[in-house]
Design a protein around this ligand. Structure first.
Ligand code: SF4
Length: 740
């Protein structure tokens, strides 16, 4: 659409992924947003943006968006149809029903689920926590247990805060190991950099070795580095074998471990040694599907490089042992002297302190197994339906914010039934999505361009640290409301304290200014800054471990170098040192190490031709979002959700491209069209998740191209999650593929 002379350009930033690219929006005289383009003057993203980010404009003005509250007019024996309602009616009814449930059945009867977009909603994310606290909600599910709580858990255990994640120093590293990541499609997670492929190419150009570890060869990155085609969900054993080889050949960096500053040393060296010695390259080679010599060669390359770094992402996180793998990455950096050193994994500067963990939490015991509640409270999402059927304390009401658990977690059928039987299901979303289709109330959320925001989630993981604020580009259209407002209004209506009780009417100031001020930043200063951006000075390397060792709670000085929170490493055996030392393998890890042995035994007994299903990321999907974008439904892959298979596997099963196949296991069965892909390792099949909108009339484009929900093949309930992190098992799933 042509821009007129009176059109206005407003700087903002993308909130679809962790890159947070700078954008420029054009708003016309009628206050309609009419264009969106990359911001070439952005000091960090410098004009980089991808097609998904620019398509956010089409989501903003999609005619299928939900623009007013709707409620299901349920009658005896019938789910009824959705009817429009006004906000007062919606808030009043929801508040009254929540209040009655809590009075009769206690706060355990109410649960909340927040989806991935909440990580890019500075007001909504905090308001959700306040809402849960006000109502006494303990069963607070979030999409992190589908893709990243392994990292939160390990950072809490090692560094005392879920928000500390040493990132690969792409600009200075001589050896870069990238595991389970597809920087072309997904960019990177927990390593925020514009144009990640460009960053890796630049590393290659200055002579760095870049190696990918992935069951799928990312073909158009072969000029950047080779891919070691590992068997899915065996990354932890690969990492253990690297450590085993390093210890056996050149030894750990003993001097560095003895003195990490201020007289502190690293505890539990022997636990790590004992663990990795059980996984020499010769033993794990058959399990990981890489030769022992290849493993040794990587170990030599990593340990002998003048600097080396590692990045693991969702392909590792979503397996059975993502937490173990993340712990081993920290250990790999530590024992090779690459933790907190230039070219290794560094602790990026941040604009506000990472929240410290008060103390190691007790395991939550449930009838489906115990789990360590990361970030204070999060049960595995794969228990959501089971907890609704809990005969002692069932969940009776669920409030979903920016999420679609029905398609994002294993066990769709069980969830469908459980959701339909709830006393109250509320969805706050842009669309009447698959989960919302079962709701009593669906409330229309304002989108990225209709709210003020802050790039809070990526603090501490940015290659070039900066803080960015954006004003709303346009006011919320129709009856859309911001998530924080919706939650606060429900609280208010229930007679509970809410954000509306706090002085002033500036929610961003109220919720964020205090945290920013700890590091010398502020919301008023950000609002005045050019483009809303303030660059954060880099912090010196070499101080992180001593800061962690010293810390006994958040301190401003510590938070400037990225650390916050103490580590209680005292354990009575004299090895870990006094409270405040840095413990390499705290007690919280012990059950995980034992579990690794059990899983290894199971893998050893698997049939040689066992197929493993992995999640495939694509240019036309963003988890379960973007499914209603017609413009993205142009390729077969975006319309049908095929099953990808290596041609050799298809030939050995007498299967042809284009034919219908059944993919099945103990958890479920789906039927899809077969597509061949020689870039997949033999023995590995792949599908994208987020499809399965056959019963989602509120998203007609998605419904016209429903595909199938691959998470039907993922486990739910007992045995479906990693106890140390609550991570659900969503990739590397054993399946059988048959002609349909
Ligand atoms: S790379 Fe991520 S942040 Fe940048 S435009 Fe694309 S989706 Fe948005």
């Amino acid at each position: 659409m042509p821009e007129t002379a009176s059109a206005q350009t407003i700087k903002t930033f993308c909130r679809l992924c962790e890159v947070n690219c700078g954008l420029e929006a054009t708003v016309d005289e009628a206050q309609q947003m009419i264009a969106l383009r990359p911001d070439k003057s952005h000091p960090v993203s410098e004009g980089f943006a991808c097609h998904k980010g620019l398509l956010a404009l089409e989501v903003h003005r999609d005619p299928d968006r939900l623009n007013a509250p709707i409620r299901r007019a349920k009658t005896e024996g019938s789910q009824g149809d959705f009817q429009p309602a006004d906000w007062d009616e919606a808030i009043g009814d929801i508040a009254q029903r929540l209040k009655a449930l809590i009075e009769e059945h206690g706060p355990e009867s109410v649960a909340m689920y927040i989806g991935n977009p909440s990580a890019f909603n500075a007001l909504g994310a905090v308001a959700a926590g306040i809402f849960a606290q006000a109502l006494g909600i303990k069963r607070f599910f979030f999409a992190g247990t589908q893709d990243c709580t392994n990292k939160f858990a390990i950072s809490e255990i090692l560094y005392g805060s879920a928000e500390i994640h040493p990132i690969a120093d792409l600009d200075h590293s001589d050896y870069i190991l990238m595991m389970g990541t597809n920087p072309r499609i997904s960019k990177m997670s927990f390593l925020s950099t514009p144009d990640p492929v460009g960053a890796l190419r630049a590393a290659r150009d200055r002579g760095a070795t870049v190696r990918f570890v992935n069951p799928l060869v990312i073909d158009d990155l072969s000029d950047v580095g080779d891919t070691l085609q590992i068997r899915p969900d065996t990354d932890a054993y690969f990492l253990a074998a690297l450590l085993c080889e390093i210890e056996a050949t050149c030894g750990f960096d003993e001097e560095g471990l003895k003195d990490i500053g201020n007289g502190s040393s690293v505890g539990h060296v022997d636990r790590l040694r004992d663990f990795v010695r059980a996984y020499p390259a010769d033993r794990v080679a058959g399990i990981v599907g890489l030769s022992a010599e290849t493993i040794r060669e990587v170990a030599r390359g990593f340990s002998s490089a003048s600097s080396a770094s590692i990045h693991i992402s969702t392909g590792v996180n979503m397996g059975q042992q993502g937490a173990l793998a993340y712990w081993l990455t920290q250990m790999l950096c530590l024992v090779t002297g690459n933790l907190d050193r230039r070219g290794g994994n560094i602790v990026a500067a941040r604009a506000f302190p990472g929240l410290p963990m008060a103390e190691e939490p007790a395991l939550e015991e449930t009838k489906w197994g115990s789990f360590r509640p990361s970030r204070g409270a999060t049960p595995p999402g794969s228990l959501i339906a089971d907890m609704m059927g809990d005969d002692e304390k069932p969940i009776r009401a669920l409030l979903v914010m920016a999420g679609n658990p029905l398609l994002s977690i294993g066990g769709e059928d069980k969830m469908r039934e459980a959701f339909a039987n709830l006393d109250l299901l509320v969805s706050i979303d842009f669309y009447r999505n698959a989960t919302a289709e079962l709701a009593d109330w669906v409330l229309p959320a304002a989108d990225w361009f209709e709210r003020e925001d802050l790039n809070f989630f990526v603090q501490g993981v940015q290659r070039k640290p900066y803080l960015q604020w954006t004003d709303r580009v346009v006011a919320p259209t129709h009856e859309r409301k911001e998530d924080w407002w919706i939650l606060s209004r429900i609280q208010q209506e229930m007679g509970l304290p809410s954000l509306f009780d706090l002085p002033g009417d500036d929610a961003l100031m109220t919720l964020w200014n205090g945290r920013l001020e700890d590091n010398g930043y502020s919301i008023p200063a950000l609002r005045e800054a050019e483009g809303g951006v303030v660059l954060i000075p880099d912090t010196p390397t070499g101080q992180f471990l001593s800061h962690v060792a010293e810390a006994k709670g958040a301190s401003t000085e510590l938070s400037r170098v990225g650390g916050a929170g103490g580590v209680d490493s005292s354990d009575g055996d004299g090895e870990a040192g006094p409270r405040g030392g840095f413990d390499r393998c705290p007690d919280a890890m012990l059950a995980t190490l034992e579990r690794a042995g059990e899983i290894f035994d199971r893998l050893e007994s698997e049939a040689e031709n066992q197929l493993k299903l992995i999640t495939r990321r694509t240019h036309h999907m963003l988890n379960s979002a973007f499914q209603n974008m017609k413009v993205l439904k142009t390729e077969a892959g975006s319309r049908k959700n095929p099953l990808y298979m290596n041609p050799a596997d298809a030939a050995s099963r007498d299967l042809q491209a284009g034919q219908r196949v059944r993919i099945r296991n103990d958890h479920g069965e789906v039927v899809a069209e077969l597509a061949l892909d020689p870039h997949l390792r033999e023995g590995v099949v792949a599908m994208s998740h987020g499809f399965g909108n056959g019963r989602t009339p509120g998203m007609p484009v998605a419904q016209a191209h429903p595909g199938v929900n691959v998470n039907r093949l993922s486990p739910s309930g007992a045995g479906s999650f990693d106890p140390v992190s609550g991570m659900e098992h969503l990739t590397g799933i054993a399946v059988e593929v048959l002609a349909s």
